[in-house]
Design a protein around this ligand. Structure first.
Ligand SMILES: [Zn+2]
Length: 402
């Protein structure tokens, strides 16, 4: 059993007990679970902590398990029984909680954590619920469609925070922790059977690449998390239904996280795209779902001719998806086409990051809305993928990771 990771605690400032640390190590540590987003909570006899891509349970003394049971990718299912609340009317008063429905507040029980800050949200955990609201609008001049005052999590009656009454700090890292990271975001579209894709992914793993979620990569850019050496991200564009047959089972089998940029309602055109049930299924299996607009619109020209239509493609597509799946934090510009105005729309929609088709592997905070990627095909031999990564690194002025 390896020792607790000092950097892990330093980055996140979370106090966790020894049983939990053992469970964390047994579950594969931060490389599997990502970074913690809540303090530990007790559910019955089980200590729980939520991570950006999973929940980890460490059973207590009365449960006959020696180590924790990781529930990777359960965050969406367990946390995001999102209860829609009307937007709050006023600005943040810094109090750490703001309820739009006093009856809900009464039902939530007493607060069990101090106010928390998490990637632009303020949150507070109560006995039975977590309240969160947006601390800042990414573009102050534009109305933010986010859900101020949204009640976001319903914990069950038995859940309570373990330990003393002290605050449970989840602190944003210092600005100096944010910075440049190098990691290829691979872009896939169609597939030609599972075997070729499996061979390619296994080749990447054998070559020393560690696939991480897009959340993890963005968290590293923001200074929340560290990337493992030779990290990469797998992304699929356009929401083709064939991705479900030829890519998804392989991703799940080899435990590679991925983000799928989908086209809500596009299946109506009968061209073989995923349905909303498919989106839900992806999310339930731990896949990140991002928006790629409703109509695969060329956004710069659409914004020039019909701004409100462009807004709908960027902003409403997120709102639409978020009524079905949680965590729609990422956007892919259709065709890779964007300009400053389109980026402003993505910011106004509240996307945490947006991906382009510009080649590159270098990610910096000021480029979160224009993340570079590496275009590959799911059936390529490994050597071609590695060459594409090298080419993209060169274009971006970076050393190749391999
Ligand atoms: Zn596309």
């Amino acid at each position: 059993m390896s020792a607790p990771r000092p950097r892990w605690r330093e980055v996140n400032g979370i106090a966790v007990d020894a049983a939990f640390l053992r469970a964390l190590e047994a579950a594969g540590g931060p490389q599997v679970l990502g970074y913690p987003i809540t303090p530990s909570v007790f559910a019955g006899d089980t200590l729980q902590q939520y991570f950006d891509h999973g929940r980890l349970d460490a059973p207590g003394r009365s449960t006959p398990h020696a180590v924790g049971v990781p529930r990777v990718a359960e965050l969406g299912r367990a946390l995001a029984r999102a209860l829609r609340a009307p937007p709050a009317q006023d600005a943040d008063d810094g109090g750490g909680e703001r309820w739009t429905d006093e009856s809900r507040r009464a039902a939530a029980g007493r607060p069990v954590s101090a106010p928390l800050r998490w990637r632009g949200w303020r949150m507070r955990i109560f006995e039975r619920e977590v309240v969160r609201y947006l601390e800042r609008s990414p573009v102050d001049a534009l109305p933010h469609p986010g859900r101020l005052g949204e009640l976001f999590v319903a914990l069950d009656d038995q859940q309570r925070r373990r330990g003393q009454d002290g605050p449970a700090p989840v602190m944003r890292p210092s600005a100096s922790a944010a910075g440049e990271v190098h990691a290829p975001i691979l872009t896939y579209h169609l597939t030609r059977g599972a075997a070729a894709f499996r061979a390619q992914l296994e080749g990447l793993l054998e070559a020393g690449f560690t696939p991480v979620s897009l959340e993890h990569l963005v968290a590293a850019v923001e200074g929340w998390a560290e990337l493992p050496p030779r990290a990469c991200v797998v992304s699929f564009d356009d929401g083709w239904a064939v991705q479900l047959d030829a890519a998804l089972p392989v991703l799940l089998d080899v435990r590679v996280p991925a983000v799928f940029f989908v086209l809500p309602e596009f299946h109506r055109h009968g061209q073989g795209h995923m349905t909303v049930d498919d989106f839900r299924g992806l999310r339930a299996q731990g896949i990140t779902v991002g928006s790629h607009t409703f109509n695969h619109a060329h956004l710069p020209s659409l914004a020039a001719s019909n701004l409100s239509a462009a807004q709908a493609e960027v902003i409403e597509s997120r709102a639409w998806l978020e009524t079905e799946v949680d965590g729609v934090d990422f956007f892919a510009y259709p065709g890779g086409s964007f300009d400053d105005g389109v980026k402003a729309l993505a910011a106004a929609a509240g996307y945490r990051a947006a991906v382009t088709t510009l080649p590159g592997i270098v990610h910096r905070p000021e480029r979160l809305l224009e993340l570079r990627r590496v275009a590959v095909q799911a059936w390529w031999p490994l050597a071609d993928v590695l060459q594409a990564i090298r080419n993209a690194a060169q274009v971006d002025g970076a050393a190749a990771p391999i």
